[in-house]
Design a protein around this ligand. Structure first.
Ligand code: HEM
Ligand code: CU
Length: 687
C-alpha cells in the first residue's frame, strides 16, 4: 500500500482543508459558534460538577416527561440556528438587488438547504414530538408510553441527526440541493463531495426516529388509556396526536426509502433516479412528496391540538363541536395522502391528473374550515383571558385563514404553473408553518410550562414575544406574496429588478423583528427562572384546566398518577372539580413499576452518529464499527431482564398525600386573577 492508500483507509475523503478556517468570514463565525457553544456547556457542567446529575437524571432517563423536555431542548437549539440562517438569507436578498450582497451564491444555497432541513426535521419535528411525549400520556391517564426504551432510542437518533447537521457547520459543507434534495442535481456528477451525504444521513436518522415515535404514540393511545377513557372522551390534543402518529408511521418510510435509494445512487453507482440506465427522477419526486405532503400535516396537527386546548381553556368554555373536530382531523389525515402530486404540477403529467390532484387538494380546505369555525365558536360568548398563548391563538386564526386561501389558489394547476418556485410559494408555506406550526408549539410551550417546571412564565415578556413574532411574521412574509407575483423566484441569491428592493428591505426588517421575538423568549425564560418562587404554581392547575394533566402536582411525579383516574367525560378534571372530588384522598395505594434508567439509547445514538459521519466521509472502518456498535448495544439490551424498578406503595402514599394536603390548603383563585402572584396552581371559575 502506498502512503496515500493508508490515509484514505484511515480518514476516507476527510482532509485538513475540510476543517476551519474556511476562508469565508460568515462561515468561520458559524463554525466558531458551533465549536464554542458546546464547549461552553462542557466547561459549565464541569465547573458546576453537574455531569453525574446530567447523566443519571436526564440522559439515561426513560421517563416520557424527561424525554419530552430533551426533545424540546434540541428543538430550541436548532431553531436558533435556523433563524440565524433565515435572517442571513433575508439580509442577502435585501442587499443583493443589482449587487453582490454578503454571501456567495453557493453559500446562499447552503443556507436555504440547512435552514429548511433544520426547521422541518430538527426544530418542528422534535418540538412536536417533545410536546406529545410530555402531554399525551398525562392527558389519557397513563403512567408512561408503552415502549419507554424505544422512545429514548428515537430521541437519541434524532439527536444524532441534529449532531450531523451541526457537524457540517464545522467539517466540510452541507448540501446545496434544498431541503428536498431533488435528483438529478443531488446525484454525484452534479453534487460531488460530502454535502448531499450529510443531508442523506441526517435526514435518515431523524426519519427513523420519527417513525419509532409514531408507533409508540399510536400504541400508547390504543393501549394505555385510563379506565373509562373511551376514544371519544380523549381531549382533542390526543386525537391530534393519534392522527399525527399514524401519519408518522405511514409517511416516514417513503422518505427513508427515498434517501436510501439516493444513497445507493451516490455510493454504489446505482441509477434509480438518473435517466441513463433506466432510472427516473420522478420516482424520487413521488416518494419524497408521498412523505412530504403528509409531513406538513404531521407538523400542523399537533398544533391544532394545542390550539384546541388553549382556546377552550382561556375562553372558559368546552370545545365547540368536539365530534366535528375529531372527524375533521381524521379527514385531514386521510386526505393528506391523496394530494402529494400538487408538489409537481409542472413536471409533465397530463392535465386530467393535475385536475384530480388539484381538486383533492382543495377538498382539504373543508375539514380545515370546520376547525376554524369550531375554534371561533369556542371563543364566541366565552369569557376570554388574553394571556400570551391565547394571543398567539388569535393571531394564528387570522393568519392561518390567509395562508389557507393562498393554498387554495396554489391548488389550481394553471395558477401553479405561473407562481411555482416563486416567492409566492415561499410566502404560502411559511404562512402555514410559522403561525400554524411554530406559534402553536410556542403557545404549547407557554401553556404547559408551569406543568412541566412548577412555575409560570413571565407574562409581560410573553406578550412582548407575541408582538415581535406576529408583527415580524407579517412584515417578513406578506411582502413575499407580492414579490412572488412580481416574478421573484425562490432560492435566488441575487435579483436584477430594482422594484423588488423596497419589499425585500421590508421583509428583512420583519426578520429582525422575529429575531427580537426569539430573544424575548430567552429573556422570558431567564427572568422566569430567576423569579420562580414568586411565579410558583406547584399545586398544578394554574389555568383552571379541564383535562387530566392538570390533576397532578407540577412537576408531576415520575409515575404521573398515584392512582389512575376514572374517566367520565372529555373534561374529567372539570367534572371532578365541580363535584369537589379532585383533591380527595383515594381509598388505597399500590406499588408502581417504572422503567429503570439505561445508557444504552445514548450509546445507540452516539454509535449511529459516528456511523453517519463516517459514511459521509467514506471512512468505511468507522462506519462498520458504528453500525455494529449500535446493533450490539441493542442486542445487549435484549438480554437485560431487570428493566423495571418498583416504587413502594408507602412512598406513593406519602408523596401523594403531601400534595393533597397542600392542594386542599391552597386558596382557590379566580381564573381572571391567574397572572397574580397569588396563583399557586389552583385556579377556578368563581362566577
Ligand atoms: C420565522 C422566521 C423564518 C424566516 C425569516 C424564514 C426565511 C426563509 C427564507 C429567506 C427562505 C429562502 C427563501 C428562498 O427560497 O429564497 C426560507 C426557506 C425555507 N424555510 Fe424558512 N423562514 C422562517 C421560518 C421557517 C419555519 C418555522 C420553517 C419550518 C417549520 C421554515 C421552513 C423553510 C423551508 C422548508 C424552506 C425551503 C428551503 C428550500 O427551498 O429548500 N422556515 N425561509
Ligand atoms: Cu403538499
Amino acid at each position: 500500500m502506498t502512503g496515500h492508500d493508508w490515509i484514505y483507509w484511515l480518514f476516507g475523503t476527510l482532509r485538513w482543508s475540510d476543517f476551519p478556517p474556511k476562508g469565508d468570514l460568515i462561515a468561520d463565525c458559524a463554525a466558531g459558534i458551533a465549536i464554542a457553544a458546546p464547549l461552553a456547556v462542557v466547561v459549565l457542567l464541569t465547573v458546576k460538577h453537574r455531569w453525574r446529575w446530567l447523566w443519571e437524571e436526564w440522559l439515561t432517563s426513560l421517563d416520557h416527561k424527561r424525554i419530552g423536555i430533551m426533545y424540546t431542548v434540541i428543538a430550541f437549539v436548532m431553531l436558533a440556528r435556523a433563524l440565524i440562517e433565515a435572517g442571513l438569507m433575508r439580509m442577502q436578498q435585501a442587499l443583493a438587488v443589482n449587487a453582490d450582497g454578503v454571501v456567495s451564491p453557493e453559500h446562499f444555497a447552503q443556507l436555504f438547504s440547512t435552514h429548511g432541513t433544520a426547521m422541518i426535521f430538527f426544530t418542528a419535528m422534535p418540538f412536536l414530538t417533545g410536546v406529545i411525549n410530555y402531554v399525551m400520556p398525562l392527558q389519557i391517564g397513563a403512567r408512561d408510553l408503552t415502549f419507554p426504551f424505544l422512545n429514548a432510542v428515537g430521541l437519541w437518533l434524532t439527536a444524532a441527526g441534529a449532531g450531523i447537521v451541526m457537524a457540517s457547520l464545522v467539517v466540510g459543507k452541507f448540501a446545496i440541493g434544498g431541503w428536498s434534495a431533488y435528483p438529478p442535481f443531488t446525484e454525484t456528477p452534479f453534487s460531488p463531495g460530502e454535502g448531499v451525504d450529510y443531508w442523506i444521513w441526517a435526514v435518515s436518522l431523524a426519519s427513523v426516529g420519527s417513525m419509532l415515535s409514531g408507533i409508540n404514540f399510536a400504541v400508547t393511545i390504543y393501549k394505555e388509556r385510563a379506565p373509562g377513557m373511551q376514544l371519544f372522551r380523549m381531549p382533542l390534543f390526543c386525537w391530534c396526536a393519534l392522527c399525527t402518529a399514524i401519519l408518522m408511521i405511514f409517511a416516514m418510510p417513503p422518505l427513508t426509502v427515498a434517501t436510501g435509494l439516493l444513497a445507493l445512487d451516490r455510493y454504489a453507482g446505482f441509477h434509480f433516479f438518473t435517466n441513463d440506465l433506466g432510472g427516473n427522477m420522478m420516482a424520487y419526486a413521488n416518494m419524497f412528496w408521498l412523505f412530504g405532503h403528509p409531513e406538513v400535516y404531521i407538523l400542523v396537527l399537533p398544533a391544532f391540538g394545542i390550539w384546541s386546548e388553549v382556546i377552550s381553556t382561556f375562553s372558559g368554555k368546552r370545545l365547540y363541536g368536539y365530534p366535528s373536530m375529531v372527524f375533521a382531523v381524521m379527514c385531514i389525515a386521510v386526505l393528506s395522502f391523496t394530494v402529494w402530486l400538487h408538489h409537481f404540477f409542472t413536471m409533465g403529467q397530463s392535465a386530467s391528473v393535475n385536475a384530480a390532484f388539484g381538486i383533492a387538494t382543495m377538498l382539504i380546505g373543508i375539514p380545515t374550515g370546520v376547525k376554524v369555525y369550531d375554534w371561533l365558536l369556542t371563543m364566541y360568548r366565552g369569557r376570554i383571558r388574553l394571556t400570551a398563548p391565547m394571543l398567539f391563538a388569535i393571531t394564528f386564526i387570522a393568519c392561518f385563514v390567509i395562508g389557507g386561501l393562498s393554498g387554495i389558489i396554489l391548488a389550481n394547476p394553471p395558477v401553479d404553473f405561473a407562481v411555482h418556485n416563486s416567492l409566492f410559494l415561499v410566502a404560502h408555506f411559511h404562512n402555514m408553518l410559522v403561525p400554524g406550526t411554530l406559534f402553536g408549539l410556542l403557545a404549547g410551550y407557554m401553556f404547559w410550562f408551569p406543568k412541566v417546571f412548577g412555575f409560570r412564565l413571565d407574562e409581560r415578556w410573553g406578550r412582548i414575544a407575541w408582538v415581535c413574532w406576529s408583527g415580524g411574521f407579517l412584515a417578513a412574509f406578506m411582502p413575499l406574496y407580492i414579490l412572488g407575483l412580481m416574478g421573484a423566484t425562490r432560492r435566488t441569491a441575487q435579483f436584477y429588478r430594482a422594484e423588488y428592493e423596497p419589499f425585500l428591505l421590508f421583509a428583512w426588517a420583519g426578520a429582525w423583528l422575529i429575531a427580537f421575538g426569539f430573544v424575548a423568549l430567552l429573556v422570558q425564560l431567564w427572568l422566569s427562572v430567576k423569579r420562580r418562587d414568586e411565579l410558583a404554581a406547584p399545586i398544578g392547575d394554574p389555568w383552571d384546566g379541564h383535562s387530566l394533566e392538570w390533576w397532578t402536582p407540577s412537576p408531576p411525579p415520575e409515575y404521573n398518577f398515584a392512582v389512575l383516574p376514572k374517566v367520565v367525560d372529555t373534561e374529567t378534571f372539570t367534572v371532578m372539580k365541580r363535584q369537589e372530588s379532585a383533591y380527595r384522598s383515594p381509598d388505597s395505594y399500590e406499588d408502581i413499576e417504572v422503567p429503570r434508567n439505561t445508557g444504552i439509547p445514548v450509546i445507540i445514538g452516539a454509535a449511529a452518529c459516528v456511523c453517519a459521519f463516517a459514511l459521509v466521509w467514506h471512512i468505511w472502518w468507522a462506519a462498520v464499527a458504528g453500525f455494529a456498535a449500535a446493533w450490539g448495544a441493542l442486542i445487549v439490551r435484549s438480554f437485560d431482564t431487570d428493566q423495571m424498578r418498583t416504587i413502594p406503595a408507602a412512598d406513593v402514599r406519602r408523596q401523594h398525600e403531601a400534595w393533597l394536603t397542600r392542594a386542599r390548603a391552597a386558596t382557590p383563585i379566580d381564573r381572571f386573577a391567574e397572572l397574580e402572584p397569588a396563583n399557586r396552581g389552583r385556579a377556578v371559575a368563581t362566577q
